[in-house]
Design a protein around this ligand. Structure first.
Ligand code: GDP
Length: 199
């Protein structure tokens, strides 16, 4: 597929609670995934901005929601990585509540990019994210990251089996992705631009 450019995207604001969210207007897309799945790397690759999301932070340390601005009406949202064992249960529970509220109430949210390491797909919270998003009628696009870690044959096999298991969820799509090999950049960007109505 030919290269597709992504519009310049800059840091907007970090928030710790839903009360601090930027005004709920225009369109925004959230990125979610387990810590270390490659979410920051994918955000940086897609926006072609190496400094946008910080990579390799201490996993689970920050529970902030980071907003990035394309323009006044279009945003990308980096949700905190989950699945980090050392996060205390009460913080996890509080965070889940915040997340469910965000996914169900945010009017401008028009899609969810779910980041999964192709070698460890569909962990518990990934399944929860899928069902929460489905409950909120939110379309989901899954990036199977680090596809370079598998042979092409193995990667395609995993892709097909995941496509099969996603049949129960309407409005859900999945693709292979590798930031290091620049694999899947064009379809990922196209999906975002379609949802943002910038295509
Ligand atoms: P995050 O916690 O989900 O934001 O994960 P990061 O983006 O910080 O990535 C976690 C680790 O995986 C880092 O060491 C990255 O360099 C590595 N990584 C991310 N994407 C890829 C990829 O496409 N291929 C490979 N081989 N490594 C990757």
């Amino acid at each position: 597929m030919a290269t597709i450019a992504f519009p310049p995207t800059d840091f907007l604001i970090s928030v710790a609670t839903l009360a601090q969210l930027p005004s709920d207007q225009g369109r925004e897309i959230a990125f979610a995934g387990r810590s270390n799945a490659g979410k920051s790397t994918a955000l940086n690759a897609i926006t072609d901005n190496k400094k946008l999301a910080r990579t390799s932070k201490t996993p689970g340390r920050t529970q902030l929601i980071n907003f990035f601005k394309i323009d006044d009406q279009h945003r990308l949202v980096d949700l905190p990585g989950y699945g980090y064992a050392k996060v205390p249960t009460e913080i996890k529970a509080r965070w889940e509540k915040t997340l469910i509220q965000y996914l169900s109430k945010r009017e401008s949210l028009c899609g969810l990019i779910l980041i999964m390491d192709i070698r460890h797909p569909f962990k518990d919270t990934d399944q929860l994210m899928l069902s929460w998003a489905a409950d909120s009628k939110l379309p989901i696009h899954i990036l199977l990251t680090k596809a370079d870690k598998l042979s092409r044959h193995e990667a395609n096999k995993t892709l097909h089996s995941i496509q099969h298991s996603l049949k129960q969820y309407p409005q859900t799509s999945v693709q292979l992705f590798s930031a290091t090999h620049k694999l899947g950049l064009a379809p990922a960007r196209q999906q975002l631009l379609n949802w943002l109505q910038l295509a």
